[in-house]
Write a protein that binds this ligand. Sequence first.
Ligand SMILES: Cc1ncc(COP(=O)(O)O)c(C=O)c1O
Length: 330
Amino acid sequence: MSNLKNFPRVSLCHTPTPLENLARLSAYLGCKIWVKRDDCSGLAGGGNKTRKLEYLLADAIQKGADTVVTVGGLQSNHARQTAAAAAKMGLACELILQDVVGVPQQDYYHNGNLLLDQLCGAKIHRVTVEQSSELVVEQVVAELKNKGKMPYVIPLGGSNALGSLGYVNCADEIITQSHALNVAFDHIIVASGSAGTQAGLLAGLIAQHQDIPVLGICVSRSGLAQQSLVESLLKQTLSLLNIDQSWSHGKVKANGDYYGDGYGISTASMIHAVRLVAQLEGLLLDPVYTGKAMAGLFDLCQQGVFKPEHNILFLHTGGSQGLFAYREVF
Ligand SMILES: Cc1ncc(COP(=O)(O)O)c(C=O)c1O
């Protein structure tokens, strides 16, 4: 048990998100595959960041903020959901969006998440790869303060301990749904980037004394580097929940075999996974996160790491809006 209920929270998410069996994909892969539909979390296309923003925006409002500032890549799903959440809460939103190398050239700079950020009324500050986005954040915050505004900075991906609480809630939903379906999950698979989703999920499972392994598929760094990032955030999240940090011991698993040449850079296995899941299940993944995580799941089933009798839960963290930026890749 934890003190989760004590944290202020605004309501942005359609929860509980569905948890479904993927029968045709299971038959294809020879493992029992389930999906937790956090792509259906409801806000401007949904995705994992909406759960984090319920806590982050409650904190912003409590602190008297009138403007939310956050940072990400040019096609950041986090930025889109932040822009939408700020709009819904009546706050202004400024996004510091950095160019990403090795990505498609045509729609990346106009379509997908970037189009939706603008529709939601966010002000966009473009940052080149050579510039430091932290420095630009500082400048934007200083300018806002000079104008008498009250900015609230949300870190990359909404990944601090407060944001991770959103995934403590998701862990609770998964446990309830697993009981209702009478299915015991043997593994949970999730795309892991700025780490808050995996850290929050693990904190929620630890709080409920559940031992389901959670495997993070890295989207931007090696397994070892990701593991230490998630571990550190997991400890901070457990502390915030008044749970002994030592319970994090041995819980964090990350696999860096599937992100290819870097963040946002397409891989053949991602393209194959996105296509196949769309064609077998009518389920839309994304090119940067869930497509690579699903490519990992395919490979681990094919290698026999996941066995036919295993129930595997894929956490769909959203992002299909990004497909429109990657048209030429598909
Ligand atoms: C679609 C999608 N999946 C997964 C992630 C990774 O989540 P986290 O940054 O909490 O590790 C992100 C982060 O931006 C995302 O947009």
